[in-house]
Design a protein around this ligand. Structure first.
Ligand code: ATP
Ligand code: MG
Length: 267
């Protein structure tokens, strides 16, 4: 598999040097959309097989700045899958009970079981992002988490989970336009909160935290993909393609028929 969005291992990256309008796969919207629809059908078929096989697991992690497109990506990419085999978990600010435990407790609990496709809308990475930027924990606590996350993801990997981590990369200007649309368009008002403007003012601090997250947690067993996400059509296509290519490699199979099944007569 040759995915241009996978971060090369061991190479330090800076988001500011990566394009938010990349066109590695395709620069033509119509062509990308046509291919996306075909890939989405294929994704549904693979997910069905993963579920039928009932052995391995796939975990998709989505991180992005606010208005980065996590919700839209989930809505579009997973439109055709069987809801019974897919669990989407949106991680919000931790509850009191969750805070009484280690930061991975609620995350591990949401990890997909055998045959399942799990999607994390935000994730354990919030514990090195918002926690760092808003100083919700001392530096030595969040610093230690990069390695704890790497080991946690290794455990998932070693026990049959394939991890696909996507960072949706949008520009400062694109975020402004999306927030503005949320303020102006009554059908989008509900997506806007004043908290968003606070986060926007923290843009630089977040970019730094994203850079560290990407560099510290880009492991062979769970590499990061940075998806240029200013164009929603490109974002959806790139995510779907990574998923389908991963599934082709995993190649989940329908379980073999029971012995002597061909002799069974149902009366
Ligand atoms: P989104 O912005 O992802 O579309 P939303 O706006 O519908 O989601 P919010 O309640 O705004 O929902 O988003 C979840 C909030 O929870 C975010 O501000 C995020 O930073 C926060 N959050 C998630 N995980 C943690 C964590 N571990 N510690 C503190 N805050 C967290
Ligand atoms: Mg929000």
């Amino acid at each position: 598999m040759n995915d241009p969005h996978v971060l090369p291992p061991g190479k330090l990256i800076r988001l500011s040097e990566l394009s938010t309008r990349g066109t590695d796969y395709c620069d033509d919207r119509d062509r990308a959309e046509a291919q996306f629809f075909a890939l989405r059908d294929e994704l549904a078929e693979w997910q069905h097989r993963l579920y039928a096989e009932g052995r391995r697991k796939l975990l998709v992690v989505l991180q992005a700045t606010d208005a980065g497109g996590k919700d839209g990506a989930i809505r579009h990419v997973f439109r055709g899958v069987n809801p019974q085999g897919v669990v989407v978990t949106s991680f919000k600010a931790p509850t009191k009970v969750e805070l009484d435990h280690d930061f991975l407790w609620r995350v591990h609990n949401a990890a997909p079981g055998a045959g399942m496709l799990g999607v994390f809308n935000r994730s354990h990475y919030e514990d090195v992002l918002v926690v760092r930027v808003d100083r919700l924990a001392p530096e030595e606590v969040w610093q230690a988490r990069y390695e704890q996350i790497n080991q946690f993801e290794k455990l998932l990997h070693d026990t049959g989970t394939t991890l696909l981590k996507f960072f949706l990369h949008i520009s400062h200007e694109e975020q402004r336009e999306r927030f503005q649309a949320r303020v102006k368009d009554p059908s989008k008002n509900w997506k806007f909160s004043h908290e968003d403007l606070v986060k926007r003012r923290q843009w630089d601090a977040y970019q730094e935290a994203y850079d560290d997250m990407l560099n510290h947690c880009n492991t062979p067993w769970a590499p990061w993909r940075v998806i240029p996400a200013d164009h929603k059509w490109y974002r959806n296509y790139a995510i779907c393609r990574a998923l389908v290519e991963t599934f082709r490699e995993m190649n989940p199979q329908y379980p073999p028929a029971l012995p002597e099944l061909s002799e069974v007569e149902v009366d």
